[in-house]
Design a protein around this ligand. Structure first.
Ligand SMILES: Nc1ncnc2c1ncn2[C@@H]1O[C@H](COP(=O)(O)OP(=O)(O)O)[C@@H](O)[C@H]1O
Ligand SMILES: [Mg+2]
Length: 259
């Protein structure tokens, strides 16, 4: 695959914003006053060594747990006190570092369950009769978008590793999110699966704001419009791939030679 070499995208409006968010675990500051902006139409990668605070950052943005201090805004609204389910209904989708699919259900059923969870919106009560049909449509569309058309009826537990990660993205898409928070979607993938996933992320970029936590630096530098570098809970740099590639601080702290 050749992802087009594009001039740095500035993207559309800011959909999700973390403002100086901090998380302490006892004496440990896992994330230290990190600010981050996700714009529609862009992929924002967060990189850093193990334990840098990347998953903790995603968890605070998604509402898994609240920040110790700082603020999270979703489409301009302060959602810092909102639990994850409420943020999800408002358009925030996420995938986890570990698989979260139901292995004994089919691909389609997994997607439909995700879509149904989204259909529990209070203003949908009058649509009860249509709800089921709407979920079926959303599930099919999401599975198709994630490239799972041919395995719709397969038990999720029997999918290849790469397909399981695609399914997680499909389940995310079934909820109709505007923002996607993806924690290491390429982990454990072979070269071919990685290419497929990168193509999918490239497609999903338009219309969504995507935050991508990823260790595969080649992938990150190919797909990201913006890269934020974390070291020991702190943001040490943020900018377009060229800027990050040429930053002496980033090279010293994280990238090493070769990038
Ligand atoms: N639930 C928790 N309780 C205590 N410490 C935690 C918890 N989750 C993460 N940490 C610590 O916070 C730091 C950042 O972890 P994490 O966000 O998982 O890093 P990354 O995803 O960048 O590898 C690590 O030192 C980790 O041990
Ligand atoms: Mg992590």
């Amino acid at each position: 695959m050749t992802l087009e070499k594009h001039p740095a995208r500035t993207g559309g409006e800011v959909l999700l914003r973390g403002v100086e968010i901090t998380r302490r675990w006892g004496g440990l500051v896992a994330v230290d006053k990190v600010s981050v902006e996700l714009r529609r139409g862009t992929v924002h990668a967060v990189i850093g060594t193990n334990g840098a605070g990347k998953s903790t950052l995603i968890n605070m943005l998604s509402g898994e747990f609240p920040p110790s201090s700082g603020k999270v805004e979703l489409m301009g609204i302060d959602v810092t006190a909102w639990p994850q389910a409420r943020r999800a209904r408002a358009g925030l989708g996420r995938s986890y570092q570990r698989n979260t699919i139901y292995p004994s259900f089919t691909v389609f059923e997994n997607c439909r369950l995700a879509a149904q969870a989204d259909a529990q919106k209070p203003w949908h009560f009058w649509q009860r009769a249509d709800r089921c049909e709407a979920s079926v449509t959303a599930a099919r569309k999401a599975a198709s978008r994630a490239g799972l058309d041919r395995v719709l009826d397969r038990q999720a537990g029997l999918l290849s590793h790469g397909q399981k990660r695609q399914l997680e993205i499909a389940m995310c898409l079934a909820t109709g999110p505007q923002v996607l928070l993806l924690d290491e979607p390429l982990a454990g993938m072979g070269a071919e699966e990685t290419e497929r996933m990168l193509l999918l992320l490239d497609e999903l970029r338009s219309g969504h704001a995507i935050l991508l936590v990823e260790h595969d630096m080649d992938a990150v530098f190919r797909i990201a419009d913006t890269i934020t570098v974390m070291v020991n809970g702190c943001k040490i740099a943020s900018g377009d791939p060229e800027f990050i590639r040429n930053s002496p601080e980033v090279r010293t702290a994280y990238l090493g030679e070769g990038h």
